[in-house]
Design a protein around this ligand. Structure first.
Ligand SMILES: C[S@@+](CC[C@H](N)C(=O)[O-])C[C@H]1O[C@@H](n2cnc3c(N)ncnc32)[C@H](O)[C@@H]1O
Length: 356
């Protein structure tokens, strides 16, 4: 079973790295740009406070590669532009990047200097390793929290499944259909618990009026969930189990701690928790914003590999070359499957503010 220590994207800058296989997440970050710019304007133009002389910005679940700095760079640029426009001195900025301790922070650290510009505000940078399901910053110290494509990762797979050895994905289709509502219900409960806890923690760390702009991989709203957002991975692995490449019993005990929530669920948890007011929640198709010619079986297989390789290899051993081969064969035989299997997925983006 997966624990949080096992979660990290493929490291380095090589062919299989997350740095070179994160185009889907990058397209999502581009969609967050406007919301981050608006959040900065809100922070800077608050009628009750003057432009702060110091601001702290954090990206939670930054991973490595170009995406790690993308959101905080947008925020720094937006502050710079705002101050230039109003001819005000820019605040000093402190930028923190967070991810789990096994993240490839070495690569991240080398790129941090790009945040310093001679004509821009003073930018001090730091790494905040740890789980975003724990406290990361001191009370009332952070102005803006960003996070992209990370909060669908749960603190753990639902214990009610792992403890009772209930498979998350049944190879047999009949059993899968029958058990899916119960399995997804367990995942949903874990998500709600984790997300609520995340909100409570961030509410402590944000200054009054602090802002959060967060994107989560989820699903389109069509009532109850009827698939895992990691189905696309599970389907290929179940083929591998059927073909004897991986052990069926091992497949039955494989859990990915990831849940695809919906706009309604997010809204409900935020309202129940009560620390934040919702400014916007946007929903986009999962593969929108991408150059369609890019979305080939091989490209998708490598994107999936960069995200899930560590978690798969720790459970099944070194099977990822075979995974890519079987995935390419499956989607190569029927290209419409690729679109179909992504159709229910959505990118959810939310902008919230803590009460002043
Ligand atoms: C798909 S990557 C997204 C990376 C980057 N934000 C982007 O948009 O490309 C998800 C990241 O979330 C991190 N992550 C998952 N669970 C986490 C947790 N509990 N605390 C901090 N980071 C976490 C993973 O290690 C991974 O780097």
């Amino acid at each position: 079973m997966a624990s949080k220590q096992m979660v990290h994207m493929n490291q380095g800058q090589g062919e299989r790295s997350y740095a070179r296989n994160s185009g889907i997440q990058n397209a999502q970050q581009n969609r967050m740009k406007l919301l981050i710019e608006r959040a900065i304007i809100n922070l800077c133009s608050s009628s009750t406070t003057l432009l702060p002389d110091k601001m702290v910005i954090a990206d939670l679940g930054c991973s490595s590669g170009p995406n790690a700095l993308a959101l905080v760079s947008v925020a720094v640029e937006a502050i710079h532009d705002y101050c230039l426009q109003l001819q005000q001195p820019p605040p000093e900025l402190c930028v923190f990047l967070n991810d789990l301790p096994d993240n490839d922070f070495n690569t991240v650290v080398k790129s941090l200097v790009t945040l310093r510009r001679c004509d821009g505000p003073v930018v001090v940078t730091g790494i905040a390793p740890g789980s975003f399901y724990e406290r990361l910053f001191t009370s009332s110290s952070v102005h803006l929290v960003c996070s992209s494509s990370s909060l669908h990762w749960l603190s753990k797979a639902p214990e009610v499944l792992t403890r009772n050895q209930i498979p998350a994905y049944y190879i047999d289709e009949h059993a899968r259909r029958e058990k899916l509502p119960m399995v997804l219900g367990a995942y949903e409960q874990q998500f709600r618990k984790d997300f609520r806890h995340f909100l409570e923690l961030r509410a402590k760390e944000l200054v009054p009026g602090g802002q959060m702009v967060v994107s989560i991989i989820g699903r389109h709203s069509d009532g109850i969930a009827h698939f895992h957002i990691w189905d696309i991975l599970a389907q290929v692995l179940s083929l591998m189990a059927s073909e004897g490449v991986i052990d069926k019993a091992k497949f039955d005990s494989f859990y990915v701690p990831v849940y695809g929530t919906s706009k309604e669920d997010i809204r409900e948890v935020i309202q129940e928790e009560g620390s934040f007011s919702i400014k916007e929640i946007l929903v986009h198709d999962f593969l929108s914003g991408l150059d369609n010619t890019l979305v080939t079986p091989s490209w998708i297989a490598n994107q999936i590999r960069a995200v899930y390789e560590q978690i798969v290899v720790q459970h099944f051993g070194d099977v990822m070359d075979e995974f890519v081969r079987i995935a390419e064969r499956r989607w190569g035989l029927d290209r419409s499957l690729l679109q179909e299997e992504h159709a229910g997925l959505a990118m959810l983006t939310l902008s919230v503010a803590k009460a002043r």
